[in-house]
Design a protein around this ligand. Sequence first.
Ligand code: PLP
Length: 360
Amino acid sequence: VFNFAAGPATLPENVLKKAQSELYVYQNSGMSVMEMSHRGKEFTAIIQKAEADLRELLAVPENYSVLFLQGGATTQFAAIPLNICAPDDSADFIVTGSWGDKAYKEASKYCKPNLIWSGKSEKYTKIPAFGELKQNVGAKYLHICANETIHGVEFKDYPEVGNEGGVLVADMSSNFCSKKVDVSKFGIIYAGAQKNVGPSGVTIVIIRKDLIGKAQGSTPVMLDYKIHDENNSLYNTPPCYGIYMCGLVFEDLLAQGGLGEVEKKNVKKAGILYDAIDGSKGFYRCPVEKSVRSLMNVPFTLEKSELEAEFIKEAAKEKMVQLKGHRSVGGMRASIYNAMPLAGVEKLVAFMKDFQARHG
Ligand code: PLP
């Protein structure tokens, strides 16, 4: 089956096979990773290697901490203002889709967020010109969702933060490790693992160290970055098996030649899919402005919308599943994360052409 789900999503076959071979007994430990103490030497080695490999992949600078947390990216919508704002501090939000909107709304419980740009009136199909943005003096952070999973809108470069002391914060849940990123441009990068780098249950936070240690007094211990940083993500029992799986994915991405190579593959996959949509003479349409179309999540509709259910049904019969668009936007969406092979996208494109020939 080719699984086009938005997350949890397809994982590399070789990674799953390696995990399978180690499922019952991990190396010479005599037990499964699921059974190990998180403080034992085997798991210590697993989490340290996962961190080292992620640091290599993203060239994470020394002055940044890498945290393996729980609670999903959604928990970070609250953790970020709690950690880097006082209740009266402001933060700026650029909202280019539903996830950024959720982050903005959650932040309003813990700081004073300003919505400085929203794409809602244009159905979240655009990213603003950075020159037109009016950032607020004193805003502690400027928040973006680097890739909007539902709407298929992706930042191709990033705005500069106008405020001294303010930092750029990005939700990279759905394009994490899909391409090279200059981590030093960001104060915080966060991502749920379950799209590109592992199973659900692990949330990765990459944070500049000087931002740690300023949490509001009421911050729950589990949301305080200082606690997790001081304890190397082992303050309480972490999602051990998920971290192990992420580690296997990081190894695989390095073996592929790193994120530069991974990005080339992603550009190629997305390219053939968008070309098929744009070349269909309007039979298929992608509403997103061309320059900001996502390499990861490709939403599209049929001109004859009454055929959409049939499209999804026939595709599933051909073993291409989870192509239904998010319930809030309808249509179709093909999520083509790192682990989606080129063959999966080629098969989808061939099916789209055939479907058009029969129904066009
Ligand atoms: N941010 C983005 C961009 C997402 O795609 C998602 C989930 O799909 C989330 C946040 C929420 O993540 P989680 O379910 O890990 O809380």
